[in-house]
Design a protein around this ligand. Structure first.
Ligand SMILES: *Cc1c(COP(=O)(O)O)cnc(C)c1O
Length: 214
C-alpha cells in the first residue's frame, strides 16, 4: 500500500503527508484494527454503528486512534454515532447535521455529495450544497472539514476521474480544504485529482467475507 502511495506521490509531486490513509475496517474484527495500528495506521473507517459499537471497547484506548463513520447514517442513530466516532463523513442533510450537533460533542464533519444519478447513492445534490455548508458552519459542535463522494463502482478507475474532479471543484467553490475520495481500486486517480483522504479497505485488509451491505 505504501509503495503504491509513494509512486503516485512521486508522480504528482504531492507530499505523502498531504494524504491521510483511512483504513476501512468494516466487517473485520478489532484484532485487525489493532494490527493495523501496530503498523502505524491511526485513522479507521467503519460503516455500521452497531457493528462498531461491538468493537469499540477493544479499540477505544488505542492512543491517538481516530474513528470515522463512512456508512449511511440514519437520524435515529446520530447521537450514538457522535459518541463513538471522531468524524462523520456522510452528512447529507441539515436534519442529520442538527441531530449530530445536538449530541453536543465535538465532531469533524465531511459532507457527502451525490454526483451520480444512481438511485442507491446517498448524498447532498450539488445545487443544495451551499445551503448545507452554511447551516453546518453555524453549528457550534461541528467542524466542517470537507467533502466526500463515492462514484458509481467500476473496475476502470479512470471512470471515477470526472466525479473526483467535480468534487474538487465544489470544494474549491465552497472554500473547503478536505477531499475524501478514492478507494482501493481508484485512489491513485483520486490523488491525482486532489484527494486529501483516501478510504482503503480491500488493499489493506484483503477481501471482505461478507459483502458490504448498505
Ligand atoms: C467499504 C468502503 C470503502 C473501502 O472500499 P475498498 O474497495 O475495500 O477499498 C471506502 N469507502 C466507503 C464509503 C466504503 O463503504
Amino acid at each position: 500500500m505504501e509503495e503504491r502511495l509513494a509512486k503516485v506521490c512521486a508522480r504528482t509531486g504531492r507530499p505523502r503527508d498531504s494524504i491521510t490513509l483511512l483504513a476501512v475496517s468494516k466487517v473485520f474484527p478489532p484484532s485487525a484494527i489493532a494490527e493495523a495500528y501496530a503498523l502505524g495506521l491511526r485513522e479507521f473507517g467503519e460503516n455500521y454503528v452497531q457493528e462498531f459499537e461491538g468493537k469499540f471497547p477493544d479499540v477505544k484506548d488505542l492512543p491517538g486512534a481516530r474513528f470515522h463513520f463512512i456508512g449511511h447514517l440514519q437520524s435515529n442513530k446520530a447521537r450514538r454515532a457522535a459518541q463513538l466516532f471522531t468524524t462523520i463523513q456522510t452528512v447529507d442533510s441539515e436534519k442529520l447535521a442538527r441531530r449530530l450537533n445536538d449530541a453536543a460533542t465535538p465532531l469533524d464533519i465531511y459532507l457527502e455529495v451525490k454526483l451520480s444519478e444512481e438511485d442507491s447513492k446517498a448524498g447532498c445534490p450539488p445545487e443544495e450544497l451551499g445551503a448545507l455548508v452554511s447551516a453546518v458552519r453555524a453549528m457550534p459542535h461541528l467542524t466542517l472539514r470537507g467533502l466526500m463522494t463515492m462514484p458509481p463502482w467500476s473496475e476502470d478507475a479512470e471512470l471515477s476521474r470526472p466525479y473526483f474532479r467535480r468534487l474538487a471543484e465544489l470544494a474549491r467553490e465552497h472554500g473547503l480544504p478536505g477531499l475524501s475520495m478514492g478507494m482501493s481500486h481508484d485512489f491513485e486517480v483520486a490523488i491525482e485529482e486532489g484527494a486529501t483522504l483516501i478510504r482503503v479497505g480491500t488493499a489493506l485488509f484483503g477481501k471482505r467475507r461478507k459483502p458490504a451491505a448498505t
